[in-house]
Design a binder for this molecule. Structure first.
Ligand code: HEC
Length: 160
C-alpha cells in the first residue's frame, strides 16, 4: 500500500515537472501584463501582413499604403504602457531586439511610401524585408513559442 502511494507521488511529481516544462515561457522574461499587450500588437501586425498579400496581388495601393502606415505606427503598446511597464521594457529588451524592431518599423514606413509611388517591385522588396524581420526576431527571441526555429538549418547541417 505504502509503495503504491510513493509510486503515485513520484509519478505525479514527474507529471508536474513535465507540465511546467511544457508551459511556454517567455524568453524575454516579460511580465504577463506586458506580454498581453505585446501579443495584441503582434496579432494586429499578423492581420496586416496577411491582408497585404492580396492588397499587393490586386494592386490596391491605397490599402498597402494605409496598412504599412498603420504597422509603422502600431504601437498599441506604446500608448497603453504604464510608466512601470515602460521601465520594464527598457530594462529587459536587449539591444538587438530594439535594433530589429526599429528596422521592422522602418520597412513598414518604406512599404507605405513606395506604395504611394505605385512601385510594385519596391513594394515587394519591403514586404519581404518586413517578413524577414518577423523571422529574424522570432528566431532569436521567441523560439520557446516558435519551436520551428530551434531546429537549425538542414543545409548548414549537411555542409560538413
Ligand atoms: C523585434 C521583435 C519582433 C518582430 C520584428 C516581430 N515579432 Fe512577433 N513576437 C515577438 C515576441 C517577443 C513575441 C512573443 C510575445 C510574448 O509571448 O510575450 C512575438 C509573438 C508573435 C505572435 C504570437 C502572438 C500571441 O498571441 O501569442 C505572432 C502572431 C507574431 N509575433 C507575429 C509577427 C509577425 C507576423 C511579424 C512580422 C510581420 C512579427 N511578429 C515581428 C517579437 C517580434
Amino acid at each position: 500500500m505504502k509503495k503504491t502511494i510513493i509510486v503515485f507521488l513520484i509519478s505525479s511529481l514527474a507529471y508536474a515537472v513535465q507540465a511546467a516544462e511544457d508551459k511556454p515561457e517567455n524568453t524575454l522574461g516579460l511580465s504577463d501584463s506586458v506580454s498581453v499587450l505585446l501579443k495584441a500588437e503582434m496579432n494586429e501586425i499578423k492581420k496586416g501582413m496577411e491582408s497585404l498579400v492580396f492588397a499587393m496581388a490586386s494592386g490596391n495601393w491605397k490599402q498597402i499604403q494605409e496598412t504599412g502606415h498603420r504597422i509603422k505606427h502600431s504601437y498599441i503598446m506604446k500608448n497603453k504602457l504604464t510608466e512601470s511597464q515602460k521601465h520594464e521594457l527598457h530594462a529587459k529588451l536587449p539591444a538587438q531586439f530594439r535594433e530589429i524592431d526599429k528596422k521592422f518599423h522602418y520597412y513598414a514606413g518604406m512599404l507605405s511610401h513606395v506604395a504611394e509611388e505605385r512601385d510594385i517591385e519596391l513594394v515587394n522588396f519591403y514586404f519581404a524585408k518586413m517578413n524577414e524581420s518577423c523571422m529574424h526576431c522570432h528566431s532569436k527571441f521567441v523560439t520557446n513559442r516558435f519551436e520551428g526555429f530551434r531546429q537549425g538549418n538542414k543545409h548548414e547541417q549537411h555542409d560538413h
